[in-house]
Design a protein around this ligand. Structure first.
Ligand code: DAH
Length: 330
Protein backbone atom coordinates (compact mmCIF):
# COMPACT_ATOMS: atom_id res chain seq x y z
CA UNK A 1 0.00 0.00 0.00
CA UNK A 2 2.84 2.36 0.72
CA UNK A 3 3.74 1.98 -2.90
CA UNK A 4 0.27 3.16 -3.93
CA UNK A 5 0.51 6.15 -1.63
CA UNK A 6 3.83 7.03 -3.15
CA UNK A 7 2.35 6.77 -6.64
CA UNK A 8 -0.35 9.29 -5.75
CA UNK A 9 2.23 11.52 -4.11
CA UNK A 10 4.50 11.42 -7.14
CA UNK A 11 1.92 12.18 -9.84
CA UNK A 12 3.01 15.62 -10.98
CA UNK A 13 0.15 16.61 -13.22
CA UNK A 14 -3.56 15.88 -13.62
CA UNK A 15 -3.03 13.43 -16.47
CA UNK A 16 -0.54 11.38 -14.44
CA UNK A 17 -2.91 11.43 -11.49
CA UNK A 18 -5.70 10.13 -13.71
CA UNK A 19 -3.66 7.03 -14.68
CA UNK A 20 -2.90 6.45 -11.01
CA UNK A 21 -6.63 6.73 -10.29
CA UNK A 22 -7.40 4.03 -12.84
CA UNK A 23 -4.63 1.86 -11.50
CA UNK A 24 -5.88 2.06 -7.92
CA UNK A 25 -9.60 2.75 -8.02
CA UNK A 26 -10.54 1.48 -11.50
CA UNK A 27 -12.75 -1.57 -12.18
CA UNK A 28 -9.66 -3.67 -12.78
CA UNK A 29 -7.55 -1.73 -10.31
CA UNK A 30 -5.61 -2.78 -7.24
CA UNK A 31 -8.46 -2.19 -4.80
CA UNK A 32 -10.94 -4.16 -6.90
CA UNK A 33 -8.46 -7.06 -6.95
CA UNK A 34 -8.03 -6.86 -3.17
CA UNK A 35 -11.76 -6.92 -2.61
CA UNK A 36 -12.04 -9.91 -4.96
CA UNK A 37 -9.76 -11.85 -2.62
CA UNK A 38 -12.62 -11.85 -0.08
CA UNK A 39 -14.11 -14.89 -1.83
CA UNK A 40 -11.12 -17.05 -0.98
CA UNK A 41 -10.78 -15.92 2.60
CA UNK A 42 -12.23 -18.11 5.38
CA UNK A 43 -15.46 -16.73 6.76
CA UNK A 44 -14.17 -15.93 10.24
CA UNK A 45 -11.41 -13.71 8.78
CA UNK A 46 -13.63 -11.91 6.31
CA UNK A 47 -14.83 -9.24 8.68
CA UNK A 48 -11.36 -8.19 9.77
CA UNK A 49 -10.06 -8.29 6.17
CA UNK A 50 -12.88 -6.11 4.88
CA UNK A 51 -12.46 -3.63 7.71
CA UNK A 52 -8.74 -3.18 7.02
CA UNK A 53 -9.30 -2.90 3.32
CA UNK A 54 -11.98 -0.23 3.77
CA UNK A 55 -9.69 1.79 6.04
CA UNK A 56 -6.97 1.61 3.40
CA UNK A 57 -9.40 2.58 0.69
CA UNK A 58 -10.55 5.59 2.70
CA UNK A 59 -6.94 6.67 3.32
CA UNK A 60 -6.07 6.38 -0.37
CA UNK A 61 -9.21 8.26 -1.39
CA UNK A 62 -8.44 11.10 0.98
CA UNK A 63 -4.88 11.30 -0.27
CA UNK A 64 -6.04 11.17 -3.85
CA UNK A 65 -8.67 13.95 -3.39
CA UNK A 66 -6.14 16.19 -1.70
CA UNK A 67 -3.58 15.65 -4.44
CA UNK A 68 -6.17 16.34 -7.09
CA UNK A 69 -7.16 19.63 -5.48
CA UNK A 70 -3.49 20.66 -5.30
CA UNK A 71 -2.84 19.81 -8.94
CA UNK A 72 -5.99 21.66 -10.09
CA UNK A 73 -4.96 24.80 -8.25
CA UNK A 74 -1.51 24.51 -9.80
CA UNK A 75 -3.01 24.11 -13.26
CA UNK A 76 -5.03 27.31 -12.79
CA UNK A 77 -1.93 29.19 -11.63
CA UNK A 78 -0.04 27.94 -14.63
CA UNK A 79 -2.80 28.97 -17.04
CA UNK A 80 -3.03 32.43 -15.49
CA UNK A 81 0.70 32.91 -15.81
CA UNK A 82 0.62 31.77 -19.43
CA UNK A 83 -2.38 33.85 -20.50
CA UNK A 84 -1.23 36.92 -18.65
CA UNK A 85 -4.44 37.67 -16.75
CA UNK A 86 -3.70 40.61 -14.53
CA UNK A 87 -6.26 40.45 -11.75
CA UNK A 88 -5.13 43.83 -10.46
CA UNK A 89 -6.48 45.63 -13.59
CA UNK A 90 -9.17 48.19 -12.84
CA UNK A 91 -12.59 47.24 -14.11
CA UNK A 92 -13.47 49.62 -16.92
CA UNK A 93 -16.78 51.24 -16.09
CA UNK A 94 -19.24 50.75 -18.90
CA UNK A 95 -22.24 53.01 -19.16
CA UNK A 96 -25.16 52.71 -21.50
CA UNK A 97 -25.55 55.31 -24.22
CA UNK A 98 -28.69 57.12 -25.28
CA UNK A 99 -30.29 58.56 -28.36
CA UNK A 100 -29.31 62.11 -29.27
CA UNK A 101 -32.19 64.44 -28.29
CA UNK A 102 -32.70 65.37 -31.94
CA UNK A 103 -33.05 61.71 -32.97
CA UNK A 104 -35.28 60.99 -29.99
CA UNK A 105 -37.59 63.84 -30.99
CA UNK A 106 -37.53 62.77 -34.63
CA UNK A 107 -38.47 59.21 -33.65
CA UNK A 108 -41.35 60.52 -31.58
CA UNK A 109 -42.65 62.51 -34.57
CA UNK A 110 -42.25 59.50 -36.85
CA UNK A 111 -44.05 57.23 -34.34
CA UNK A 112 -47.07 59.54 -34.32
CA UNK A 113 -47.45 59.69 -38.10
CA UNK A 114 -46.75 55.99 -38.60
CA UNK A 115 -49.55 55.30 -36.10
CA UNK A 116 -51.76 57.43 -38.37
CA UNK A 117 -50.87 55.21 -41.35
CA UNK A 118 -48.35 57.53 -43.02
CA UNK A 119 -45.50 55.82 -44.89
CA UNK A 120 -41.92 57.00 -44.44
CA UNK A 121 -39.73 58.17 -47.36
CA UNK A 122 -36.18 59.35 -46.75
CA UNK A 123 -35.03 61.02 -49.98
CA UNK A 124 -31.48 62.14 -50.83
CA UNK A 125 -29.33 64.95 -49.45
CA UNK A 126 -28.34 66.10 -52.94
CA UNK A 127 -31.13 67.49 -55.09
CA UNK A 128 -31.30 69.29 -58.41
CA UNK A 129 -32.75 72.76 -58.77
CA UNK A 130 -36.00 71.35 -60.14
CA UNK A 131 -36.86 69.18 -57.13
CA UNK A 132 -35.58 71.51 -54.41
CA UNK A 133 -37.07 74.72 -55.85
CA UNK A 134 -38.71 74.81 -59.26
CA UNK A 135 -41.28 72.02 -58.80
CA UNK A 136 -42.17 73.48 -55.41
CA UNK A 137 -43.27 76.69 -57.12
CA UNK A 138 -40.02 78.49 -56.31
CA UNK A 139 -38.94 79.67 -59.75
CA UNK A 140 -35.47 81.07 -60.36
CA UNK A 141 -35.03 84.57 -58.89
CA UNK A 142 -38.10 84.14 -56.67
CA UNK A 143 -37.40 86.15 -53.49
CA UNK A 144 -38.46 83.20 -51.28
CA UNK A 145 -35.28 81.42 -52.42
CA UNK A 146 -33.31 83.95 -50.46
CA UNK A 147 -34.32 82.34 -47.15
CA UNK A 148 -32.99 79.04 -48.36
CA UNK A 149 -29.49 79.91 -49.46
CA UNK A 150 -27.52 76.71 -49.45
CA UNK A 151 -24.39 74.90 -50.58
CA UNK A 152 -24.20 74.73 -54.36
CA UNK A 153 -22.61 71.78 -56.11
CA UNK A 154 -21.62 71.43 -59.76
CA UNK A 155 -24.19 71.22 -62.58
CA UNK A 156 -27.06 72.87 -60.72
CA UNK A 157 -27.13 70.43 -57.82
CA UNK A 158 -27.61 71.65 -54.26
CA UNK A 159 -27.62 70.23 -50.76
CA UNK A 160 -31.36 70.14 -50.13
CA UNK A 161 -32.60 73.10 -48.14
CA UNK A 162 -35.73 71.34 -46.90
CA UNK A 163 -37.40 67.91 -46.98
CA UNK A 164 -40.12 69.26 -49.31
CA UNK A 165 -38.44 67.85 -52.47
CA UNK A 166 -39.35 64.38 -51.20
CA UNK A 167 -42.99 65.41 -51.87
CA UNK A 168 -42.07 65.77 -55.54
CA UNK A 169 -40.17 62.46 -55.73
CA UNK A 170 -42.98 60.59 -54.00
CA UNK A 171 -45.69 62.06 -56.24
CA UNK A 172 -43.64 61.27 -59.34
CA UNK A 173 -43.09 57.69 -58.20
CA UNK A 174 -46.60 56.83 -57.06
CA UNK A 175 -50.27 57.61 -57.58
CA UNK A 176 -52.73 59.10 -55.14
CA UNK A 177 -53.83 58.40 -52.47
CA UNK A 178 -50.53 59.40 -50.80
CA UNK A 179 -49.97 59.71 -47.07
CA UNK A 180 -46.32 60.13 -46.36
CA UNK A 181 -43.77 61.75 -44.13
CA UNK A 182 -40.14 62.39 -44.86
CA UNK A 183 -37.71 62.82 -41.97
CA UNK A 184 -34.11 63.84 -42.56
CA UNK A 185 -31.20 66.31 -42.58
CA UNK A 186 -31.37 69.55 -44.52
CA UNK A 187 -28.75 72.23 -45.18
CA UNK A 188 -28.62 76.02 -45.29
CA UNK A 189 -26.05 78.77 -45.19
CA UNK A 190 -26.98 79.86 -41.65
CA UNK A 191 -25.21 79.95 -38.31
CA UNK A 192 -26.48 81.67 -35.18
CA UNK A 193 -28.13 80.85 -31.88
CA UNK A 194 -31.21 79.36 -33.60
CA UNK A 195 -29.65 78.17 -36.89
CA UNK A 196 -27.01 75.62 -37.89
CA UNK A 197 -25.81 74.76 -41.42
CA UNK A 198 -27.31 71.29 -40.99
CA UNK A 199 -30.56 70.58 -39.22
CA UNK A 200 -33.52 68.22 -39.44
CA UNK A 201 -37.06 68.40 -40.68
CA UNK A 202 -40.02 66.11 -41.04
CA UNK A 203 -42.14 66.79 -44.09
CA UNK A 204 -45.71 65.55 -44.46
CA UNK A 205 -47.89 65.15 -47.54
CA UNK A 206 -51.41 63.82 -48.03
CA UNK A 207 -52.94 63.71 -51.51
CA UNK A 208 -56.20 62.17 -52.67
CA UNK A 209 -58.94 62.73 -55.25
CA UNK A 210 -60.22 66.28 -55.50
CA UNK A 211 -62.47 67.18 -52.56
CA UNK A 212 -61.28 64.31 -50.37
CA UNK A 213 -58.59 66.24 -48.48
CA UNK A 214 -59.56 69.48 -46.79
CA UNK A 215 -58.04 72.16 -44.62
CA UNK A 216 -60.05 70.79 -41.69
CA UNK A 217 -58.28 67.42 -42.10
CA UNK A 218 -54.97 69.31 -41.88
CA UNK A 219 -56.13 71.23 -38.81
CA UNK A 220 -57.30 68.11 -37.05
CA UNK A 221 -54.13 66.10 -37.55
CA UNK A 222 -51.78 68.95 -36.62
CA UNK A 223 -53.72 69.74 -33.46
CA UNK A 224 -53.73 66.08 -32.50
CA UNK A 225 -50.01 65.77 -33.31
CA UNK A 226 -49.04 68.86 -31.28
CA UNK A 227 -51.01 67.68 -28.24
CA UNK A 228 -49.28 64.29 -28.58
CA UNK A 229 -45.92 66.10 -28.49
CA UNK A 230 -46.67 68.80 -25.88
CA UNK A 231 -49.70 67.72 -23.85
CA UNK A 232 -52.74 69.93 -23.47
CA UNK A 233 -51.69 73.10 -25.33
CA UNK A 234 -53.71 75.62 -27.30
CA UNK A 235 -53.05 75.45 -31.04
CA UNK A 236 -53.29 78.53 -33.26
CA UNK A 237 -53.29 78.74 -37.08
CA UNK A 238 -51.94 82.00 -38.53
CA UNK A 239 -52.19 82.94 -42.23
CA UNK A 240 -48.74 82.82 -43.82
CA UNK A 241 -46.98 82.30 -47.13
CA UNK A 242 -45.13 79.35 -48.60
CA UNK A 243 -44.74 79.10 -52.38
CA UNK A 244 -45.73 75.41 -52.35
CA UNK A 245 -49.00 75.79 -50.44
CA UNK A 246 -52.11 77.94 -50.95
CA UNK A 247 -53.52 78.87 -48.51
CA UNK A 248 -50.53 78.60 -46.18
CA UNK A 249 -50.46 78.69 -42.44
CA UNK A 250 -48.02 78.89 -39.62
CA UNK A 251 -48.97 76.87 -36.57
CA UNK A 252 -48.28 78.04 -33.02
CA UNK A 253 -48.85 76.45 -29.63
CA UNK A 254 -49.52 78.29 -26.38
CA UNK A 255 -46.18 78.82 -24.64
CA UNK A 256 -45.32 75.68 -22.64
CA UNK A 257 -43.13 77.69 -20.23
CA UNK A 258 -45.61 80.38 -19.12
CA UNK A 259 -48.84 78.72 -20.27
CA UNK A 260 -49.62 81.66 -22.53
CA UNK A 261 -49.03 84.43 -19.99
CA UNK A 262 -45.97 85.78 -21.79
CA UNK A 263 -42.32 85.14 -20.93
CA UNK A 264 -38.79 85.45 -22.31
CA UNK A 265 -38.97 82.27 -24.42
CA UNK A 266 -42.17 83.32 -26.23
CA UNK A 267 -41.03 86.98 -26.43
CA UNK A 268 -43.99 87.94 -24.22
CA UNK A 269 -46.49 86.82 -26.90
CA UNK A 270 -47.72 83.71 -25.10
CA UNK A 271 -47.27 81.71 -28.33
CA UNK A 272 -44.48 79.56 -29.80
CA UNK A 273 -44.12 79.14 -33.57
CA UNK A 274 -43.91 75.45 -34.34
CA UNK A 275 -44.39 74.56 -37.99
CA UNK A 276 -45.52 75.56 -41.48
CA UNK A 277 -48.32 73.95 -43.46
CA UNK A 278 -51.02 74.48 -46.05
CA UNK A 279 -53.01 73.07 -48.94
CA UNK A 280 -50.71 71.91 -51.75
CA UNK A 281 -50.44 74.65 -54.41
CA UNK A 282 -51.93 73.88 -57.83
CA UNK A 283 -48.55 74.62 -59.45
CA UNK A 284 -46.92 71.81 -57.44
CA UNK A 285 -49.47 69.31 -58.74
CA UNK A 286 -48.90 70.69 -62.25
CA UNK A 287 -45.14 70.08 -61.94
CA UNK A 288 -45.70 66.38 -61.25
CA UNK A 289 -48.56 65.99 -63.74
CA UNK A 290 -51.33 65.40 -61.19
CA UNK A 291 -54.90 66.44 -62.08
CA UNK A 292 -58.15 66.51 -60.12
CA UNK A 293 -56.50 66.00 -56.75
CA UNK A 294 -56.31 67.91 -53.50
CA UNK A 295 -53.82 67.65 -50.70
CA UNK A 296 -52.16 69.17 -47.69
CA UNK A 297 -48.52 69.43 -46.66
CA UNK A 298 -46.58 70.44 -43.60
CA UNK A 299 -42.98 70.83 -42.48
CA UNK A 300 -41.67 70.53 -38.92
CA UNK A 301 -38.24 71.59 -37.69
CA UNK A 302 -37.02 68.83 -35.39
CA UNK A 303 -34.40 70.86 -33.45
CA UNK A 304 -36.98 73.50 -32.61
CA UNK A 305 -39.16 70.85 -30.96
CA UNK A 306 -36.22 69.17 -29.21
CA UNK A 307 -35.09 72.55 -27.83
CA UNK A 308 -38.55 73.30 -26.45
CA UNK A 309 -39.04 69.82 -25.01
CA UNK A 310 -35.64 69.86 -23.26
CA UNK A 311 -35.37 73.64 -22.57
CA UNK A 312 -32.17 74.01 -24.61
CA UNK A 313 -31.20 77.62 -25.21
CA UNK A 314 -28.62 77.46 -27.99
CA UNK A 315 -29.33 75.26 -31.03
CA UNK A 316 -25.62 75.00 -31.82
CA UNK A 317 -24.94 73.16 -28.58
CA UNK A 318 -26.87 70.18 -29.99
CA UNK A 319 -24.12 69.57 -32.54
CA UNK A 320 -20.99 70.26 -30.52
CA UNK A 321 -20.88 66.68 -29.25
CA UNK A 322 -20.15 67.86 -25.70
CA UNK A 323 -20.86 64.87 -23.45
CA UNK A 324 -21.64 67.15 -20.52
CA UNK A 325 -24.75 68.22 -22.43
CA UNK A 326 -25.52 64.88 -24.04
CA UNK A 327 -25.23 62.71 -20.94
CA UNK A 328 -28.11 64.63 -19.40
CA UNK A 329 -30.43 62.89 -21.83
CA UNK A 330 -29.49 59.34 -20.84
N1 DAH B 1 -40.21 73.63 -46.46
C1 DAH B 1 -40.53 74.64 -45.49
C2 DAH B 1 -39.24 75.19 -44.89
O1 DAH B 1 -38.25 74.56 -44.95
C3 DAH B 1 -41.38 74.07 -44.39
C4 DAH B 1 -42.75 73.80 -44.87
C5 DAH B 1 -43.72 74.77 -44.73
C6 DAH B 1 -43.06 72.61 -45.49
C7 DAH B 1 -45.00 74.55 -45.20
C8 DAH B 1 -44.34 72.36 -45.95
C9 DAH B 1 -45.31 73.37 -45.80
O2 DAH B 1 -44.71 71.24 -46.55
O3 DAH B 1 -46.56 73.14 -46.27
O4 DAH B 1 -39.25 76.27 -44.36
Amino acid sequence: MELLEKKIEQANDLAALESVRIEIFGKKGVLAAEFAKMREIPNEEKKEFAKNLNIKKAKLTKLFDFKKMKLEALAIDEMMAKEGVDVTLYKIKSTSGALHPVMETMNKIIDYFVSMNFSVHEGDYIEDDFHNFEALNLPKHHPARDMQDTFYLKDGFVLRTHTSPVQIHTMKKSKPPIRMISPGSVFRRDFDITHTPMFHQVEGLVVDEEGKVSFSNLKWILEDFLRYMFGSVEVRFRPSFFPFTEPSTEVDISCIFCEGKGCRVCSKTGWLEILGAGMVDANVFKAVGYENVSGYAFGVGVERLAMLIHSIGDLRSLFEGDVRLLEQFR
